[in-house]
Design a protein around this ligand. Sequence first.
Ligand SMILES: Nc1ncnc2c1ncn2[C@@H]1O[C@H](COP(=O)(O)OP(=O)(O)O)[C@@H](O)[C@H]1O
Ligand SMILES: [Mg+2]
Length: 406
Amino acid sequence: MKSKINVGVIFGGRSVENEISVLTAIQTMEAINTEKYDITPIYISKQGQWYTGEPLRKSENYKNMEQLYASCTEVYLRPTYGDNNLYKVKKPLFGNDIVTKIDVIIPALHGTNCEDGSFQGTIEMTGIPYASCNVLASANGMDKITMKMVLKESGIDVIDYTWFCDKEWFDRQQAVVERIEKTLPYPMIVKPADSGSSVGISAAHNREELVEAIESAVSYSKRIIVERLVEKLKEINCSVLGNYYECEASVCEAPIRSGEILSYADKYLGGGATKGGAKGGVKESRGMHSTVREIPANLTENVTNHIRTTAVETFKALSCDGVARIDFMIDEADGNIYVNEINTIPGSLSFYLWEATGVSFTALTERLIEIAFQRKRDSSFKTTSYKENIFNYTVSGAKGAKGCKR
Ligand SMILES: Nc1ncnc2c1ncn2[C@@H]1O[C@H](COP(=O)(O)OP(=O)(O)O)[C@@H](O)[C@H]1O
Ligand SMILES: [Mg+2]
């Protein structure tokens, strides 16, 4: 009997979105067709250790982390190209230290160290196919400054913004404030460039609030972006699935927020929830799937078409692979539409948008696996090294000849 393809679903990570990623991963593992695929859950702890084991597939087990770790096996992947094995950290006295072989990876990670290219770089070293953006697209997609630069250069509308680094703030606060005020009108919105889930983001209606908002943002990130705040804001999200050569947009959704900005609670606790318990929302988070939303978003056909086309253009401008969610802002004061951001590994992998488009979550995971294998096949045609050994060509007599080109 032909053995099944083993899918490593990797999640968690050193990110403020660690728990949200657990929920995305559990939903994804439940959706994968187990007649065709085996599943290996791999959880990266908040401290950065990797674990595998069946208990990782149940959300209630995450209430007691020590117990969860004790019931799992600590593992690692070797950064050696072509080595697909998942190894035990504690080498057993007898038997081998290989837990399993991973054929393909679905990263269900969100945020810093996870969605920003660092994880993708680690996997690139092993050569294991993985179903998400590569290093470049992940890094560009994660950094709200670089992302907006790329999109602007590609002719895609983004809101007016300015940016700076924390050191400038620490050294020349007054000058930074004056420069921002010269560039943008109040109200503004201040964001750490590479955070997510609305963490560290605040609105500023005057100088005092601006200083306060920046103080908060610099505690999360080195790079800070300040944007004009759209006061009459309608938010629309649209997912894109595929790769540069072949991709399609999902239906659009309108997430419903409880305050001025879409908060962490709006996103994951079903609206306006406080830490002590959800008020009027769901009790247990289902990750991004918990957001109160309108699907499909109530928009004119023209606006829907514009957003879906721009979502695909954004996906291509950043050279994405896999499933991404592109978030838009409609300024209802003048009807202008801006791309706010891309999420290269969206919460719940945007499965609810694909279901509404007619693609089941199981079919979505199947497509992600295909995309991963296709990129691996495509990259195998590219030259990565030369057969000739440059040291056989050194010019005799030349002391320490530096890379003589022939
Ligand atoms: N320029 C803006 N004007 C008005 N509201 C904004 C603006 N940028 C972001 N927001 C609000 O803040 C939320 C979080 O900002 P976003 O850039 O999406 O960061 P994150 O990566 O944390 O989701 C948005 O969903 C929206 O509600
Ligand atoms: Mg967002």
